[in-house]
Write a protein that binds this ligand. Structure first.
Ligand SMILES: [Zn+2]
Length: 354
């Protein structure tokens, strides 16, 4: 049995408010515990999106009532909220900027809006950018101009990891995360994930080429964090007319990483650096006293969605053989997970920004 600190997942979608058929603060934080994650940072693209004090209060009220692990909630950067949200920044995990795809009310049409957010958001609070490829290059330039840190969400491409490497070498304050599905899957896996339902293979950023995945592994020292981008959608939605992109990931993160340790591709220290130490530093998260997870590093099992706590009911890793199983989670001295059973009550989790 190996003991690790409680993991931090800096990128999850709890779907509450507005998408509770997919997940809510109860099932989402249960999935976190079943993955050895004791702190989650929730993204703001809910319905309604979390882009003002009213909606922040709405999300935090649900979290306070239901969360079984610790949490914080991101605020979203919208076209006209850059001055209003500065005063509530200390209550948020950070500012999330969506710079590529259109996310309804969180769309930032031009770079003058990016600048306004960089100027107004408090300097001691994190900024996270969903920015792929060339827009990633643009937001790194913006970070350099304003001389403040920016964290790049879910990098997936060779050109991205190499650009971040070059930026870091020149002292630009950029950090980044990579998702397990971009480390362990390539676009060649899409047919096996889809099983005739193309929507199941849809995720943003898309699954990349073998060369891209190889570049992520070859430049692991550039990658600051592992984050799941846990983005649950029901199978009915994934198999429907207009399938939404996204994979669930909280419950497969640790077994996939432990399997990579067993295969000699990662060390335990690589996991602790990227899933605990670096996210704690980047997002200024408090220590969790008397908190740890226990794993049986030799236990082999098959991944099945039917064993999972997430409400979405599927996983792109269905049927995968993994080595390394979570046995126990202790948070603040209380055993809150053991062998597949969630022992924490709803509301046990704390807002780490309160
Ligand atoms: Zn996301």
């Amino acid at each position: 049995m190996i003991k690790l600190p409680g993991l931090i997942d800096a990128h999850v979608h709890m779907r509450e408010p507005g998408g509770t058929q997919k997940e809510d603060w109860d099932t989402g934080t249960s999935a976190a515990l079943a993955g050895g994650v004791t702190t989650v940072l929730a993204m703001p693209n809910t319905k309604p999106p979390i882009f003002d004090v009213r909606n922040l209060d709405l999300a935090l009220a649900s979290a306070k009532e239901k969360a079984r692990c610790d949490y914080a909630q991101f605020l979203g950067a919208g076209p006209d909220n850059y001055s209003d949200i500065a005063g509530i920044a200390h209550r948020a995990a950070g500012l999330k900027m969506y710079l590529d795809m259109t996310f309804g009310q969180l769309r930032l049409d031009d770079m003058t809006l990016w600048q306004k957010h960089f100027q107004n958001w408090p300097r001691n609070m994190p900024i996270v950018a969903h920015s792929e490829s060339r827009s990633m290059a643009a937001v790194i330039l913006m970070a350099a101009i304003y001389d403040r840190p920016v964290h790049i969400a879910h990098i997936s491409l060779k050109e991205e990891v190499l650009l971040i490497k070059a930026a870091k070498e020149r002292g630009i304050k950029v950090t980044c995360e990579v998702c397990p599905h971009h480390l362990f899957l390539t676009r060649d896996d899409i047919p096996a994930i889809s099983l005739g339902h193309p929507g199941r293979g849809e995720v943003r950023p898309r699954l990349a080429s073998k060369e891209d995945v190889g570049a992520l592994w070859a430049n692991l020292e550039v990658i600051d964090c592992f984050a799941t981008d846990h983005a649950p959608h029901t199978l009915a939605e994934k198999d429907g007319e207009d399938p939404p992109p996204g994979f669930p990931g909280l419950e497969t993160l640790l077994p996939l990483l432990l399997t990579a340790v067993s295969d000699g591709r990662l060390s335990m220290d690589d996991i602790i650096q990227r899933s605990v130490i670096n996210p704690r530093k980047i997002f200024s998260l408090p220590e969790q006293p008397e908190t740890w997870v226990e794993v049986d590093e030799n236990a082999k099992y098959e991944i099945h969605a039917e064993d999972m706590k997430s409400r979405c009911g599927w996983t792109p890793f269905e049927g995968w053989n993994v080595k390394g199983r979570l046995r126990k989670v202790v948070l603040r001295g209380e055993e809150i997970y053991r062998d597949g059973k969630i022992l924490a009550s709803p509301g046990f989790g704390r807002n780490v920004r309160s």
